[in-house]
Design a protein around this ligand. Sequence first.
Ligand code: FES
Length: 161
Amino acid sequence: MAEPRGISRRAFTTRAMAFVGTIIGTVVGIPIIGYLVSPAVKASTTETWIPLGALSKYPVGTPTQSNFTLTQVNGWEKTVNSYSVYVLRGSNDSVEVLSNVCTHLGCRVTWHTKADEYICPCHDGRFSPTGKVISGPPPHPLTTYETKLDNGNLFIHVLES
Ligand code: FES
């Protein structure tokens, strides 16, 4: 009796099905894995112009607090953060927008009209209306934002990473 040559029909069918299954799994699986993993490896940087409303609503010469929120998407995590800034409108519609984050250890400064200063509650750091350090441990002036006016509306440039 002669030995059968090659492989049996059953073995051939099994190998062919395994090969086709592998090809289909690869074609379908790689995009799915990419879709699932890519948000986690993407660097999330937010760079945007934040509207702070009409410049005319801010009084001239008095720092006025304004608030906004930023939504950051980091992988599958979505975070909404609230921020406060002080808008100092000068004459001739010049404007300066200052962060309320103390440059010492990051506490929130508040404007005190009677003292004519921003005061940090943590270590009594004090800043002038334009954010310069008057006294205390803060090593730098308050951070200022780049600003632009569009149809009388004030915008600040925010870059978060
Ligand atoms: S954190 Fe503001 S003075 Fe220390």
